[in-house]
Design a protein around this ligand. Structure first.
Ligand SMILES: [Fe+2]
Ligand SMILES: [Fe+2]
Length: 191
């Protein structure tokens, strides 16, 4: 049988754990919720979620192009650009994988397209890993960056020309606004 002191300690510990959990929850979850609110506000202000994703594509592609054409001795620039690509691409991919693709699957019924899009993302991540592992002055580093650029380019074209229009057509204005908020929340987890 526990003494009352032990019971108090257990209660104190539970209260502390509860408080710590609440603080942890607030610190981890509040920024995404705020981002979701901001996302909703931005959508309400008329920013198109598909334009925002297309804009990400342009930024990522220009970074990849710079990587592809960088000279072998520009090891610092290569490392820096690779980190920028990883950060942007991770946030973008998270928003697509967790929000856009499931909606494309469920709301727009683009089941086969969605499987290909997820597979492209997996391939993109393999390229990123290879570029990270290779010495930055490796003669084939630029070529590998070029392969990744070509893959991202065709993937982005598929999204912008085929799949985003499918999803846009399947959603109401209200659903699109909600999706934009959810998308921004996912990105805020990483950016
Ligand atoms: Fe994608
Ligand atoms: Fe994309």
């Amino acid at each position: 049988m526990r003494s009352s002191g032990q019971r108090f300690n257990m209660r104190g510990l539970a209260a502390f754990a509860g408080g710590a959990a609440a603080a942890f929850f607030a610190s981890r979850m509040l920024p995404p919720f705020l981002a979701q609110a901001a996302g909703n506000a931005r959508a309400a202000a008329g920013r198109d979620p598909f334009d925002m994703l297309a804009q990400d594509h342009r930024i990522i592609l220009s970074l990849l192009e710079a990587m592809e054409h960088s000279p072998e001795n520009a090891t610092f620039t290569r490392t820096q650009k690779l980190l920028q690509v990883k950060r942007r691409l991770s946030a973008h991919a998270l928003a697509e994988e967790d929000v856009i693709y499931p909606m494309l699957h469920d709301a727009a019924g683009a089941v086969t397209d969605v499987r290909h899009l997820y597979a492209d993302h997996a391939e993109i991540k393999m390229h990123l890993h290879a570029l990270e592992m290779m010495p930055k002055n490796d003669p084939s580093w630029g070529r590998r960056a070029g392969e990744l650029r070509a893959l991202v380019e065709s993937h982005a074209r598929q999204e912008e020309e085929i799949d985003f229009p499918k999803l846009r057509a399947a959603l109401s204005e209200r659903e699109t606004r909600r999706m934009t908020g959810n998308m921004q929340r996912e990105k805020a987890l990483l950016l």
